[in-house]
Write a protein that binds this ligand. Structure first.
Ligand SMILES: Cc1cc2nc3c(=O)[nH]c(=O)nc-3n(C[C@H](O)[C@H](O)[C@H](O)COP(=O)(O)O)c2cc1C
Length: 189
């Protein structure tokens, strides 16, 4: 294992909606990941990706997004709950890669205006993660009634989410390190 190479754990902001509160959750996660030693992160905003909507799947692949997925040791996906599901554009972006994700950890952050903190969107994302070859961790982060957690300009109003984020990231980092070691040292056959 190359202990000297930092883990790379980007945060994917999974909505393009104007005024999206999920952006504040994603920024908080980027900040919390950035506090961890030997971990690099960055925000990947799906609204900024130049993917065509005139095609689907790997033929839409963006070289920069693909390179980041290749480099990643784990992903955090921040997804709002839209009619109990995820944004179609998030799925469109995720579908543009495949081999890039294999045997990498993923943690999901659900964001909702309602009281359930995106639990339904998280459940709906789990089979998608599996099919992409990602390995889900068993902790999530749930931002319920997100309008009470962040101000409109992104100030964190309620810090009770922080211990949960800490637990989530500890597990994600453990999985990221373990899977990196497996990818680098254990042959598939
Ligand atoms: C099309 C649409 C569907 C939504 N469906 C739900 C829902 O099923 N449950 C819920 O709690 N909130 C729902 N919401 C509210 C979002 O969860 C809320 O906007 C929240 O801030 C997270 O989304 P955002 O990042 O776009 O702001 C919906 C919002 C939109 C735009």
């Amino acid at each position: 294992m190359q202990a000297s190479r930092p883990l790379f754990i980007p945060v994917i902001l999974g909505t393009t909606r104007q005024g999206r509160m999920s952006a504040h959750a994603a920024q908080l996660l980027v900040g919390e990941i950035g506090k961890r030693p030997s971990v690099d992160t960055e925000l990947i905003d799906i609204a900024e990706l130049p993917l065509t909507t005139r095609d689907a799947g790997e033929s839409t692949k963006d070289a920069d997004f693909s390179a980041k997925m290749n480099k990643a040791d784990a992903l955090v996906i921040v997804s709002p709950e839209y009619n109990h599901g995820y944004s179609g554009l998030l799925k469109h972006v995720l579908d543009s890669c495949l081999k890039e994700y294999i045997h990498k950890a993923v943690g999901i952050v659900g964001v909702s205006a309602g009281p359930f903190g995106g639990t339904r969107v998280i459940q709906n994302l789990l089979p998608v993660m599996r099919e992409l070859g990602l390995v889900t961790i068993f902790w999530d982060v749930n931002f319920a009634r997100v309008q009470n957690v962040f101000s409109a300009d992104g100030k964190l109003l309620d810090e009770t989410c922080l211990p949960r984020i800490d637990k989530f990231l500890k597990e994600l980092l453990w999985m990221a390190k373990t899977l990196r070691q497996g990818r680098e040292q254990i042959p598939l056959d």
